[in-house]
Design a protein around this ligand. Sequence first.
Ligand SMILES: Cc1cc2nc3c(=O)[nH]c(=O)nc-3n(C[C@H](O)[C@H](O)[C@H](O)COP(=O)(O)O)c2cc1C
Length: 366
Amino acid sequence: MAPTPPSVVNAAVVNATMPSLSPTARTSHDAHRFSVAPMMDWTDRHCRYFHRLLAPSALLYTEMVTTGAILHGDRDRLLAYNPEEHPVALQLGGSEPEDLAACALIAGERGYDEVNLNVGCPSDRVQRGRFGACLMKEPALVRDCLAAMREVVAVPVTIKTRLGVDELYDYGYFRDFVGSVLESGIDTVIAHARRAWLSGLSPKQNRDVPPLDFDWVYRLKRELPDCTVVINGGVDSLDVVHTHLAQVDGVMIGRAAYHDPWFLAQCQEALADGGQPARREDVVEPMSAYIAARVAEGIPVKHVTRHVLGLFQGRPGAKVWRRYLSEHAHVDDHNAEILDQALSAMSRVRPHEGRSLAAGPSRAAR
Ligand SMILES: Cc1cc2nc3c(=O)[nH]c(=O)nc-3n(C[C@H](O)[C@H](O)[C@H](O)COP(=O)(O)O)c2cc1C
């Protein structure tokens, strides 16, 4: 396991609050079996801590951080993470091999377990910077970027890409693109299984409108059996997970993990050797301790609570939980008791649900 980064604050407090979730032995082969996707503004370090409680074995990705922000911005703030987040991968956005290498070096020094290059983001801002999905049009440059990154870090360097971009959308182009980037020496490709349209669609539409084509990713794995191939896009049930894992090495879960985080506990139970919390309520205590530690650092509770709104998704009382947190997190920045209060509100409003919550099923079932 990578060393603890020096930039982490209050690590002792955080450590003391972790529940006794068993650590999971990992091999390089299964490191990508299931992961939580990089999601800008969502998968910050508070979110990742929460996800880690639910899924001790998941590989967690940061939001994309641009090379410019790391090299010229508030690096300590951007790259800070909690030691419990391991294994955690830093996703970089950029297209200058030298800058990417400099950032990969920094990531390695700070103990990140993987450095990933974003070749999938279609936003205008990213296109103006000539990185993200538009890099699919420049396979040689992507290869050089990845090679430069690999040269300076010992941890794996990986790529997250789309199936194609604009008119460059046929299987042959996709395969050749991947073949070209593998010349850099990397061996892991994460494919968001749809094309990106660089004009006419917003980033949000670009996650829904272009159809998913899983067969391309399956075929890639068949043709490149030595490459670790991870599939991403629309993974939202264990059935889908099992279908994909019969064909490829790993699944990367994005929106489903954020909106219904208990799905991660289900994946942990199904795909790893346990260690997930028995019940949703079991993460409330460690998350409350985490919030207390952050409040002590001056971080408003709402920065953390916004990520846990979906904890009871699909369960009785889910709306009360969500509403309580949404309405109260903005009122008092220092209220470290807020999660317990939200649980009580669930019991008060619907007493029978409160009882069933307290005595809920003792396994990771919905
Ligand atoms: C709010 C949001 C922000 C995202 N930010 C990033 C990002 O920073 N880097 C990236 O590679 N993908 C980003 N994505 C795309 C996801 O990583 C993922 O590829 C996409 O949502 C499809 O997976 P899903 O259907 O499981 O959500 C983002 C998605 C969402 C919803």
